[in-house]
Design a protein around this ligand. Structure first.
Ligand code: AIR
Length: 338
């Protein structure tokens, strides 16, 4: 049997993080492979694993590594399939590994998740597969509901503080709140659907959004684009995301506290790609985009790297599209330039 996902570790010392990925994939009943191959110590082995895996039909790769974590990048060099990077905290709190994964040059994006977030790496892989497979998509939706239920149920802890005399006077208890159901459900497709919805938080982020659209045009992938901020125009933001409910992939572009991607993951079960931007004082916002809690991954690409966000879309869609596979392969081999 050819697994759908291949997890590659830089070392056996990364196994605890890989176990988080395995637990999710077991739960979602997605077959996977687990290999150890270092980009620095065993590059030839890595190349063989990735090439043979791709040829056999692996659809998504997850690279897990610490320190100068060039493993996911090295995987991306040998496959047109999407590569997810999980940076591991070995030294410098994992910041070295994070930058090694996320700050990739065009046209080799790594869909980076938070430091040590093997669970989110696997959920993201399932979301990528779910773009082409309704059964997997439905399983991700159920998993998201489980995370949601856990948060709501955790409010029970408040009742334990019965000796706090001012707290017990609170009129608002979670049991009394009517909670609107999260709008995750699979809708019928129509001819008007676009593949990608691009959301920029403010007009100055359009410089980065434009880079996404130029490459998507060249890859012949349909999209819609909107500038809307979830904090300043909350209703408009929600209405727009709902109107795009059949988009296969969302791209959020923002700086500061990365509220765009944070809000997007709450409103869709689809993969969300995050492009952190540099704000007016020159501070880049990778951490506020990438370090998402378990259950809600954001596939983060490098700062201002709209072009890599578009290539990542191409890679996700390439899973079932030989034409896009051919273009991505040529692009990576420098046989064409988009
Ligand atoms: N690593 C291995 N080859 C290249 C890199 N960056 C990473 C491993 C692990 C860390 O280095 O992914 O997180 C330490 O590896 P080890 O084998 O010395 O424990």
């Amino acid at each position: 049997m050819v697994p759908k996902v291949m997890i590659i570790l830089g070392s056996s010392s990364d196994i605890a993080i890989a176990e988080k990925s395995m637990d999710v994939l077991e739960k979602l009943e997605i077959p996977y492979s687990l290999k150890i191959a270092s980009a620095h110590r065993t590059l030839n082995l890595l190349r063989e694993i990735v090439k043979q895996g791709t040829d056999a039909g692996i659809e998504v790769f997850i690279g897990i590594a610490g320190l100068a974590a060039h493993l996911p990048g090295a995987i991306a060099a040998y496959t047109p399939r999407p590569v997810i990077g999980v940076p591991v905290d070995v030294k410098t709190s994992g910041m070295d590994a994070l930058d090694s994964c996320v700050q990739m040059p065009y046209p080799s994006p790594i869909a980076t998740v938070g430091i040590d977030r093997g669970d989110n790496g696997a959920i993201l892989a399932a979301q990528f597969l779910g773009v082409h497979d309704k059964e997997i998509r439905q399983k991700v939706i159920e998993l998201r509901k489980e995370y949601r239920r856990k948060v709501i149920e955790s409010n029970k802890i408040v009742q334990e503080f019965e000796d706090k005399k001012y707290l017990v006077k609170d009129f608002l208890t979670i049991d009394n709140i009517k909670i609107e159901d999260e709008a995750y459900s699979i809708k019928d497709e129509s001819d008007d659907d676009v593949d990608v919805a691009i959301v920029a938080g403010r007009h100055s982020d359009l410089i980065t959004a434009k880079k996404v659209s130029v490459i998507l045009d060249r890859l012949k992938i349909s999209y819609d684009m909107k500038v809307v901020c979830p904090i300043r125009s909350n209703k408009k933001f929600k209405d727009y995301i709902n109107s795009m409910e059949n988009a296969k992939i969302f791209i959020g572009i923002s700086s500061n506290s990365s509220q765009v991607t944070g809000a997007l993951v709450g409103l869709t079960d689809r993969p969300v790609i995050g492009v952190p931007c540099i704000n007016e004082v020159g501070y880049q916002h990778i951490l506020t985009t990438v370090n998402m809690p378990p259950g809600v991954p954001v596939a983060t690409v490098g700062t201002n790297n709209g072009r890599n966000a578009a290539v990542l879309v191409g890679e996700i869609l390439s899973i079932k599209d030989p034409n896009i596979t051919e273009v991505v392969n040529k692009l990576k081999d420098k046989k064409i330039n988009l």
